[in-house]
Every structure is written in C-alpha cells, then in structure tokens.
Design a protein around this ligand. Structure first.
Ligand code: ZN
Length: 280
C-alpha cells in the first residue's frame, strides 16, 4: 500500500495511490494517515479496501507530508560510509542523533526556502522510516514489526549553521521547509529490500547524489532498537536514516543552493520529490 495525504497545506486528507497511479481518497475510512491509523491492525483494515471503490482525486492535487501529526522527526548523521568519507569525518562508533523540528516538515513538492542569512543551504536524499507500533527498549530482532512504512525525505541542511555556529547540529537542520517528506508512505510489504534501494538527487538536472541503502553503517532494525533506549517511539514518529555521498558540501569546490533551482530526488520503489528552491 502507498498511503499519502492530499490537499492544501494544513487541510490534507488521507489517500492512497492505486496500481494505475491514480490518487484515491480515504477520508471515508480514516481521519488521517497519522498516529493510531499507523498501527498494524489499522493498516490491515485499510489494505482490505478495494481501491477501485474509492473516489479518485483530481490530477495535480498537492501532496502533503505523507504522515500527519508527526510527533518526533529524528535524524541520523553520517550513516553512510561513503558520505562520511566525502565530508572527511570519521565513521561514528555510535549513531549520531539529531532532531528536525516538526515545523520543518513539508510536502514532497512544496517550495524549499533558503532561510534569511543562509549561505550554505544543502541537500540530502534519505530513507525515512515511519513508526507504526510504538515502544521502548525494542529488541533489534523485533524492530521491523514496529515499522508502518518507508518514505523519501530531503534532509535539507544549512551547513554553516549546522557546523560552524556552535552547539548541536539542530540550528542548521530544523528551518521551515527543511523536511520534505513523501510522496507516499510505502508499507513494508511493497517497499522491497530496504537494505538495497537505489537513491539519487539532481539539482537542475545535474546528478549530485547516487547511492544505495546497502552502504548504511547502522541499519534500520539497529537504529530503532538503539533510539528506543533513549526515548519511547510512538506511532507516526519518523526516523530519517542518513544520506549517501554527493551533498553540496562534499563537492570540490563546494556547491550550495542560491535560489531558483529545482531539486529532484527519489528512492527506488518509494517515489520522487521535486522542489523549487526559493529565498525566504
Ligand atoms: Zn541527513
């Protein structure tokens, strides 16, 4: 199942995309793709609906973030061996954990704003993991039973604010529009082998990032188990699991967004995003 949220910002309604690529409205069956709707029994109930019985949503309708009311947006830094190498950073002994403020979350094709005063706004295509069943002290062996699905995330980052301004990374990670999420949440049965998914990102048609989840240092089950030692995971939390090589900071010379560009990014089987870059 590919679940999504469609409609104007702040008024998104639940939906799915059927096998033919038509968006279908789920508002008669669930209030939102959020919270308890992501529990296994509720996803099973949605999966039993015949998509052909659902009203079609007009083409061109905006998509919102594929999960509503996200409680926590947790990110993992330097989680690809080949990306750590391009940044000159050592491979971390334990996952680097930081947060994206939830006000950063936006739809997959919404404009990305370069914040005022930014000179180093950068991109990061990432595999997002959406929590279904919550928990604390989750065993690694049981971790995947806590996953509602997977999605594409662009972990947009301001490098100067992240790295050169002191404190944690959060200042450069949580700006408004720095978290495009979607286009859809793909349930695990349709997501394929999440340890072997191609991922890519283009800016103005130039391919910058090419990677594969196979070079992730800390894999999804470990990350879920690890995080659950420090906090409880809840339905609708999102974990963004790090980026492969090809970020702007890793170019020689470095390349940053100036405004006016178009970013396109995607992950095999999980869909694509497309954002215009504008100045705030
Ligand atoms: Zn990242």
């Amino acid at each position: 199942m590919k679940l999504l949220r469609h409609g104007p910002k702040g008024q998104e309604k639940p939906g799915l995309i059927d096998a033919a690529g038509t968006i279908r409205d789920l508002a008669a069956h669930v209030d939102d793709i959020a919270g308890a709707a992501l529990l296994p029994e509720n996803l099973a109930r949605l999966a039993a609906i015949d998509p052909a019985s659902l009203p079609a949503v007009p083409e061109g309708t905006r998509l919102g973030p594929c999960v509503g009311r996200i409680g926590k947006f947790i990110c993992i830094g330097l989680n690809y061996a080949d990306h750590a190498a391009e940044t000159g950073a050592a491979i971390p002994a334990e996952p680097i954990v930081f947060n994206k403020w939830i006000s950063a979350i936006c739809g997959p094709d919404d404009d990305v704003e370069i914040p005022r005063g930014s000179v180093k706004t950068d991109w990061e295509v990432e595999l997002g993991v959406v929590i279904g069943k919550g928990g604390r002290y989750i065993d690694e062996a049981d971790a995947l039973s806590h996953v509602a699905g997977y999605c594409v995330v662009n972990d947009v980052s301001e490098r100067e604010w992240q790295i050169e301004r002191g404190g944690t990374w959060d200042k450069g990670k949580g700006c408004d529009t720095f978290g495009p999420t979607g286009p859809w949440l793909v349930t695990p049965d349709e997501a394929g082998d999440v340890d072997n998914l191609q991922m890519w990102l283009d800016v103005d048609g130039r391919r910058f990032q090419t990677g594969n989840t196979s070079t992730m240092i800390f894999k999804v089950p470990f990350l879920i188990s690890y995080l659950s030692r420090f906090l409880s995971l809840q339905p609708g939390d999102v974990i963004s699991t790090g980026t492969p090589p090809g970020v702007g900071m890793g170019q020689k010379p470095q390349v940053y967004l100036k405004g006016g560009e178009v970013m396109r990014l995607g992950i095999q089987g999980l869909g694509e995003q497309r954002q215009h870059v504008v100045r705030a």
